[in-house]
Design a protein around this ligand. Structure first.
Ligand code: PMP
Length: 472
């Protein structure tokens, strides 16, 4: 037998490249994600509307990827950002702080009942996840437990594109080419994804117990004394499509982590900051994480910003130890990003947008169920707040997804876009199996009239794709 190549790629997935098209001359200097399909140019964005070149407007029903939470071009945010630019446009956090950064941290943390004590602001969700990983490791380093070196995350999850965050993720299409670069001290347990993986003969309680047993087994396999943290999204966003965990799952997870002294890191980059109908998504789970990452809804897209919120337990350890987190980045807590995010958070609080997210979410759920629930290939409609997904299956009995080459969800998204509504697709190729969906995550300021229009377009797009799929 030939000796196995230790560097051989072990991950695999069905890759179906898009049909080749010529590169656009307008975009030839920018390295966009696809070299082949030129992205549309947006010339103006205001409220929930995007204007595409030359004069076409569409409704932004996904806020990019659940980013835009108060809509585009809000005057108050623009004024706050410009004022900040005039006062202090940049300082290095190694030597200085700014009122914008301090106020942003305090509006998020002040009087929170969860013992989240400090905030670190970075420029993207991926950076926040990497920083969270380093903080978690440092917690044990400072404790004199350097043998703690493993992370456990979940399959069908997404935590970002940097090396650390991608190692935690299991979005295979994004991971496979880079596998030799990724961390080898990360393992993955099953997702908490009842629609696809809860057995017919199993109650929700039994499903949760099975998942808890698997996690406990994974910790024991690794040796619990070697594990730094378990990392999970309270509501899985970008891979499987708005999958909340079954009731009791996170309580069971917290209990197992505590049993072994393992940290719980929750990634709310996508589902946090009101999106799920509570300010933090973990509030609906009855647990508190040791470290929390936040992102998209923090700044609402006005400037690049994400954050890590750190519990007193972890901060105390740093305080008693080296007294520092040696993780300086040039644009950390950038004043413009902090000022604009502060304005966004003030608006969310002042205008009661988290409550609005809940009520508009209920309206959206009702509309989605009425329009789509009975359809042949609509397997599951799920979500919380203004964070909803429609999962498509070939067969509702078996819940089998369409073959990835059919790109069912992608085609629904493309058709909806042609009809004037931007939604977010999720490939069914994730982990080679399930989760073909479209995601709807409009700004919290969306109106009922706009939501009706969005659902009408999604239904129409679905109908077109269903009809054309019969021809395959
Ligand atoms: N974590 C989660 C849960 C995410 O959804 C994302 C982005 N989709 C990230 C991390 C990475 O964030 P960013 O794209 O800002 O790096």
């Amino acid at each position: 037998n030939p000796t196995p190549d230790p560097h051989a790629t072990t991950l695999s997935y069905d890759f179906h490249p898009p049909a080749p098209k010529p590169e656009s001359p307008h975009h030839s200097f920018l390295l966009h994600r696809s070299l082949l399909l030129p992205p549309d140019t947006v010339t103006h964005a205001s409220g929930t509307t995007l204007t595409l070149s030359p004069t076409r407007t569409i409704i932004d029903a996904c806020g990019g990827a659940a980013v835009s939470c108060i809509g585009h071009a809000n005057d108050e945010v623009l004024a706050a950002t410009i004022a900040q630019m005039r006062s202090v446009s940049y300082v290095h956090t190694g030597a200085y702080t700014t009122a914008a950064a301090e106020s942003l941290a305090s509006i998020i943390l002040n009087k929170n009942p969860y013992d989240l004590e400090k905030a670190l602001f970075v420029s993207s969700g991926s950076e926040a996840v990497d920083a969270a990983m380093k903080l978690a490791r440092q917690y044990f380093f400072e404790t004199g437990r350097p043998e703690r070196r493993n992370f456990v995350a979940r399959k069908q999850s997404y935590h970002g594109n940097t090396i650390g965050a991608m190692s935690l993720s299991s979005n295979l299409p994004r991971k496979v080419p880079y596998e030799p670069l990724l961390l080898t001290n990360v393992s993955h347990v099953s997702p908490a994804y009842a629609y696809q993986y809860q057995l017919a003969e199993e109650s929700e309680e039994q499903y949760v117990a099975r998942l808890a047993e698997e996690l406990d087994g994974e910790f024991r396999r690794l040796g619990p004394e070697s594990v730094i943290a378990f990392v999970a999204e309270p509501i899985v966003g970008a891979t499987s499509g708005c999958v909340p965990a079954p009731a009791g799952y996170f309580r069971a997870v917290r209990e197992i982590c505590d049993r072994y002294g393992i940290l719980l890191v929750l990634d709310e980059v996508m589902c946090g900051m009101g999106r799920s109908g509570s300010y933090f998504a973990f509030e609906q789970e009855g647990v508190v994480p040791d470290i929390l990452t936040i992102g998209k809804g923090l700044g609402g897209g006005y400037a690049p910003i994400a954050g890590v919120l750190v519990s007193r337990k972890v901060v105390d350890r740093l305080r008693d130890g080296t007294g520092m987190f040696n993780h300086g980045q040039t644009y950390q807590a950038h004043p413009l990003s902090c000022a604009s995010a502060l304005a966004v958070q003030k608006i969310i609080k002042r205008d009661g947008l988290v409550a609005r997210c809940r009520s508009m979410g209920q309206f959206l759920e009702g509309e989605l169920r009425e329009a789509l629930e009975g359809r042949k290939h609509v397997g599951n409609i799920r979500g919380r707040g203004l964070f909803w997904a429609v999962e498509f299956v070939q067969n509702k009995e078996t819940k089998r997804s369409f073959e990835p080459r059919l790109e069912f969800g992608h085609r629904v998204q493309k058709k909806a876009f042609d009809l004037g509504v931007a939604i977010y697709p999720g490939a069914g190729t994730v982990d080679g199996v399930r989760g073909d969906h479209v995601l709807i995550a409009p700004p919290y300021t969306i109106t009922e009239t706009e939501l009706r229009k969005i659902v009408e377009v999604v239904r129409e797009a679905y109908d077109v794709v269903e009809r054309s799929t019969m021809l395959y």
